[in-house]
Design a protein around this ligand. Structure first.
Ligand code: DGI
Ligand code: FE
Ligand code: FE
Length: 202
């Protein structure tokens, strides 16, 4: 069952229908359908975990808003906002969330820091994550269109415990990056240390 919320709390100056219209014209068809599924999954997780449905809808719909932007757009935002220059050593996979949140703020006029953090941290996670951030991180990973080894287990774990889902995804992602010789963004490691490692350096 798909839920179309009526936005009442002014986290966004437009209606949900107007936002969906913008996304449909900004994203590829595949990406647009993904964000609709992430929204619906986020609404379910929000309901189960006592998180604002309106924030979950907006963050779910906008989390990949910047995914199709050219590299130059991200580099410009990193420089103009004096963001960590180390970001320049990464690419779209990291930028579309961390840097993309600034584009959501500037272009869609979303000012709520919880929603912006959910967008910022949806790929890498963070040491400290609000319930909304956890909901978006997990909804992106387990939405019904996802099909990768471990997704069924990821869904089961997340249903039982949102934070256990965060730990599971964090470990799987780090394993995947290492197995494929991919650069690990420091925040991804910090997320692992905070959510997965249990022995605090011993
Ligand atoms: O944007 P989506 O495809 O819906 O999903 P996403 O934003 O969670 O992930 C985008 C990609 O980013 C995914 O292939 C995994 C990758 N990724 C996650 N953490 C890191 C990373 N890539 C690099 N290089 N380094 C990371 O730390
Ligand atoms: Fe993403
Ligand atoms: Fe996504």
């Amino acid at each position: 069952m798909s839920k179309e919320l009526i936005y009442q709390q002014h986290f966004l100056p437009s209606s949900r229908a107007e936002l969906v219209d913008v996304l449909q014209h900004t994203l590829t068809k595949t990406r647009f359908e993904h964000v609709l599924r992430v929204e619906q999954t986020a609404l379910q997780l929000a309901l189960q975990n006592d998180v604002s449905l309106e924030k979950a809808s907006i963050a779910g719909l906008t989390h990949d808003y910047a995914k199709q932007r050219p590299n130059q757009d991200f580099i410009k935002v990193i420089q103009e906002n004096k963001m960590d220059p180390d970001l320049l050593n990464y690419g779209n996979a990291i930028w579309h969330g961390v840097v993309g949140a600034e584009l959501v703020k500037q272009e869609l006029h979303v000012w709520d820091e919880d929603i912006l953090n959910a967008i910022r941290h949806h790929t890498t996670g963070a040491q400290v994550m609000s319930k909304l951030e956890q909901v978006i991180y997990m909804a992106d990973y387990i939405e019904p269109g996802r099909d990768f080894p471990g997704v069924v287990e990821a869904r089961q774990i997340t249903q039982a415990s949102l934070s256990a889902g965060v730990a599971y995804q964090t470990k799987q992602t780090l394993q995947y990056l290492i197995e494929h010789d991919k650069a690990v963004y420091p925040k991804t490691i910090a997320t692992y240390n905070a959510w997965v490692a249990t022995n605090g350096g011993n």
